[in-house]
Design a protein around this ligand. Structure first.
Ligand code: FES
Ligand code: CO
Length: 343
């Protein structure tokens, strides 16, 4: 069983969604529970009481930050240790096995990140988060009935921009994908493309964005398995917009994308057009991605047709395959560099 996916960090909630009650969610087919301990720190464990397998997320959190099972009231502290069995007399010792299976949990960028195993790489970088020039807007999370790989690839798929998103991210009368090179190193892919996209046009069903027009250079960093940092630099206005997009793989066929839009222009402007534009694109993408079969994107490159302009998908599938195989043969950090030169 490859451990690569278990060793990565995944966004599983916005920070602001986790308050004084536990949240149950899924990560890589595992039920997990999140809660805040007495210091306000986010904690996570497998969402299963060691007594009779009940979901802890159906329980509650007390003022001291202990989580209580809803079935027999056993209480667990921030480390997952059981500190109270109400059915026992006070002098009866609580067995050491009465403990939750803790999960590594970190809070960063206003998001809660979990790793089911030993983290193999750091949480993906989002340098604009602490840059005071940028204003951040969170979009509503997208939960789609698809694999995380298909959702990630959709975000990186240049070929569909002008076709599916005609008039928004390109045009059907100009579908030729500009030249680009993909560099793959360790757990990252990087590529860049300069293009004109009509996402600032008067004809859009959403408000115009003053900072975005004309020629733009898009720089992508994909942190495998499921995070994208896309910086769009607008040459005319010398302004930038960043999309930080990270996916929670609930199961093999369900994924949630969390997205920030960060901009260094129109700082006082209403945020809703930025969110509406993203939602418009997502509404076009969702039925397409949910229809794709097989549900899992085949990492074997002979199973689907790959043309030259699909080189990001080619690089992504190659890198995922390599990381999974490396992880299953050795638990050490990989360091590998290659360029995708097909076409
Ligand atoms: Fe949780 Fe009994 S099942 S306390
Ligand atoms: Co799309």
């Amino acid at each position: 069983m490859p451990s690569y996916l278990q060793e990565q960090w995944y966004v599983c909630s916005w920070s602001h969604s986790l308050t004084d009650q536990p949240i149950g969610t899924n990560l890589l087919n595992e039920r997990v529970v999140l809660w805040r301990d007495g210091t306000g720190r986010a904690r996570a464990a497998v969402d299963q009481c060691p007594h009779r397998g009940t979901q802890l997320s159906l329980g509650s959190v007390d003022e001291s930050g202990c989580i209580t099972c809803p079935y027999h009231g056993w209480r667990f502290d921030s480390s997952g240790r059981c500190i109270e069995v109400p059915q026992n007399s006070p002098e009866t010792a609580i067995p050491r096995k009465a403990a939750l299976t803790s999960i590594a949990c970190e809070e960063r960028y206003g998001m809660i990140w979990l790793c089911l195993g030993e983290p193999h790489f750091s949480i993906p970088s989002f340098p604009e988060w602490t840059n005071p020039r940028f204003h951040h807007v969170s979009c509503s999370p997208y939960t789609w009935e698809c694999s995380a790989e298909r959702m990630l690839e959709n975000f990186t798929d240049f070929g569909h921009l002008g076709y599916l998103h005609d008039g928004l991210l390109g045009r059907r009368d100009d579908l030729i994908v500009p030249e680009h090179q993909v560099t793959s190193e360790a757990n990252q892919l990087r590529y860049q493309m300069t293009m004109v996209v009509p996402n600032a046009g008067e004809s859009l069903p959403v408000a115009n964005f003053r900072g975005e027009s004309g020629l733009q250079t898009n720089t992508y960093v994909v942190d495998l398995p499921y995070t994208i940092h896309l910086q769009s630099y607008y040459h005319d206005t010398q302004s930038s917009r960043v999309l930080f997009f990270s996916i929670q793989p609930h199961s093999d066929g369900r994924a949630t994308g969390y997205c920030y839009q960060s901009r260094d222009f129109d700082l006082e402007a209403d945020d809703s057009p930025f969110v509406e534009f993203q939602e418009l694109l997502a509404a076009q993408d969702q039925p397409i991605v949910e229809s794709q079969r097989p549900v899992a994107a085949p990492l074997d490159l002979t199973s689907e047709l790959h043309l030259g302009f699909d080189r990001v998908a080619i690089a992504y599938r190659r890198a995922m395959k390599r990381l999974m195989e490396t992880a299953s043969s050795t638990p050490t950090r990989v360091n590998h560099k290659e360029e995708v030169t097909c076409m």
